[in-house]
Design a binder for this molecule. Structure first.
Ligand code: G3P
Length: 217
């Protein structure tokens, strides 16, 4: 499973990247706002840091303007994946931009039918939003499973990018189902290292090491 980090915070990306945890980065207008940075500037910096796909999202709603924005974003670096929303215009933009050889991430996917359309339009990535479905009491994991089944039924090559991941269990379930990629905030990726039994066991070992007078350095 590929790990994308869902943030526009350079320091957080760098820390995870140094550990080999970053196969790509996803951003959106809300994450750009949070970073307080200019979109073109911060996106370029991320692309210089990370060799995998870096998603940068258009803000237009009409296909022709999305395409123009997508071309400008794609010109930042060869590893840009242009992010377009899953609307009819977004699908049109996806078709044109992928036809020009750009990676396209179709975002804000909330149904398997939407994912089917994105695959037909040649999307490189489809981003089903798990957490936002959970927010309205719909199991986001069912959507990931349905898309996996449908894509496998027909051999679609669009990669399932599990998004809006809020918990470590979202990561685990996405991996079980076989999502190709997951994107999560740095805090969720770091939380995957934690287990109360690890903490408890370490505490015991450290106490026993002190009792035994163990010194290594
Ligand atoms: O990758 C999409 C993600 O940024 C949305 O997450 O938590 O705002 O629903 P969230």
């Amino acid at each position: 499973m590929k790990f994308f980090v869902d943030t526009a915070e350079i320091d957080a990306i760098r820390e995870l990247n140094d550990l080999g945890m970053v196969d790509g980065v996803t951003t959106n207008p809300s994450l750009i706002l949070k970073s307080g940075r200019d979109i073109l500037e911060v996106t370029k910096e991320i692309c210089d840091l990370v060799s995998g796909p870096v998603s940068a999202e258009v803000i237009a709603t009409e296909a022709d303007v999305m395409i123009a924005e997508g071309r400008k974003l794609a010109a930042i670096a060869p590893n840009i994946a242009v992010k377009v929303p899953l609307t009819w215009d977004g699908l049109k933009a996806c078709k044109v931009l992928t036809g020009e050889g750009h990676m396209v991430n179709v975002t804000l996917c909330f149904s398997a039918n939407q994912a089917l359309l994105a695959a037909k339009a040649g999307a490189t990535f489809i981003s089903p939003f798990i957490g936002r479905l959970d927010d309205i009491n719909i199991d986001g994991m069912d959507l990931i499973a349905d898309i996996r089944t449908i894509y496998d039924n027909y051999g679609f090559e669009t990669q399932i990018l599990a998004a809006s991941i809020r918990t470590v269990n979202h990561v685990l379930e996405s991996a079980r189902i076989g999502a190709d990629v997951m994107t999560a905030p740095p805090s969720v990726i770091k939380a995957m290292a934690s287990h109360p039994l690890t903490d408890k066991g370490l505490d015991t070992f450290l106490k026993d090491a002190a009792k035994a007078g163990i010194r290594i350095l």
